[in-house]
Design a protein around this ligand. Structure first.
Ligand SMILES: [Zn+2]
Length: 211
C-alpha cells in the first residue's frame, strides 16, 4: 500500500487526540506529507475503527490521489499549510483551553518560554466557517513566523518537521493556554519580553527545526 508507514502514523496520533484533550469525538485531524502527497484522516470515522487503507491520500491542492473515504473537511487548511511552509506534518485540534481563549484574545501572550517552540506569541485569527479556503488562508496568515495558530471560536493548528513534533506543539499550545487561564485567575500575569523569547528560541535551536 502506498505510504503505509505514514498512514499508520496518522492513525496512531489520531487515536491520541481525545485522550490528550486535544479534540472531542472525531473533530481533530492529523496529516503527514511525503513529497507532493498528503496522508490525512478521513472525515467522520471513529479513530479506533480506522484501518491504514481508510487514511486518505490527497495532493497539495487537496485533490484525492487515493481516497476511498471522504478526506477530512479541513483538507484545504492542511494543504495550504504545506504549500506555505516546510511542514512535514500538520495537526488540527479543538482543545478546550485554546478554544476558550480563542473567544477572548487576539494573541496568546508569552507567559512561559515554551512559547518559543511555537515561534512566539500565538495569533488568534478571525473566525471563518470550517473547511473553507477562507479559513485556510487566515490560518496560514496567522502562522507567519510561527508553528501554531489559534482559530477564533474554533480551535488550533500546529505544524512541524514530522508528526511527533507537530503533535507535541499542539500539546504545548494547549498547556500554554491552560497556564494563561490559571494565572489570570490569580492576577495579571508577568510576561516574557521579546529578548527573552528570542533567547529561548536560540536555546531550542531555532523554531521549525530540531525539537
Ligand atoms: Zn476544526
Amino acid at each position: 500500500m502506498r505510504m503505509q508507514e505514514e498512514r499508520e502514523a496518522v492513525i496512531a496520533y489520531s487515536r491520541r487526540l481525545a485522550g490528550d484533550g486535544l479534540a472531542v469525538g472525531t473533530s481533530g485531524n492529523v496529516s503527514v506529507r511525503t513529497g507532493d502527497v498528503i496522508a490525512i484522516t478521513p472525515t467522520g470515522v471513529a479513530y479506533d475503527d480506522l484501518a491504514p487503507e481508510d487514511v486518505c491520500l490527497v495532493d497539495l491542492d487537496g485533490a484525492p490521489v487515493d481516497a476511498r473515504l471522504r478526506p477530512s473537511s479541513e483538507v484545504p487548511m492542511h494543504a495550504a499549510v504545506y504549500r506555505a511552509t516546510d511542514a512535514g506534518a500538520v495537526v488540527h485540534t479543538h482543545p478546550l483551553s485554546a478554544t476558550a481563549l480563542s473567544t477572548l484574545l487576539e494573541e496568546l501572550p508569552p507567559v512561559h518560554y515554551l512559547i518559543a517552540q511555537l515561534g512566539g506569541p500565538v495569533r488568534v485569527v478571525p473566525y471563518a466557517p470550517y473547511g473553507t479556503e477562507e479559513l485556510a488562508r487566515l490560518g496560514v496568515e496567522g502562522l507567519a513566523g510561527r508553528t501554531a495558530v489559534i482559530l477564533a471560536n474554533h480551535g488550533a493548528t500546529t505544524y512541524g518537521a514530522h508528526l511527533e513534533q507537530a503533535y507535541t506543539r499542539s500539546i504545548y499550545l494547549e498547556w500554554l493556554c491552560r497556564l494563561w487561564s490559571e494565572a489570570r485567575k490569580l492576577g495579571e500575569p508577568r510576561l516574557l519580553d521579546a529578548d527573552q523569547i528570542e533567547a529561548a528560541k536560540i536555546a531550542f535551536g531555532g523554531y521549525g527545526q530540531g525539537r
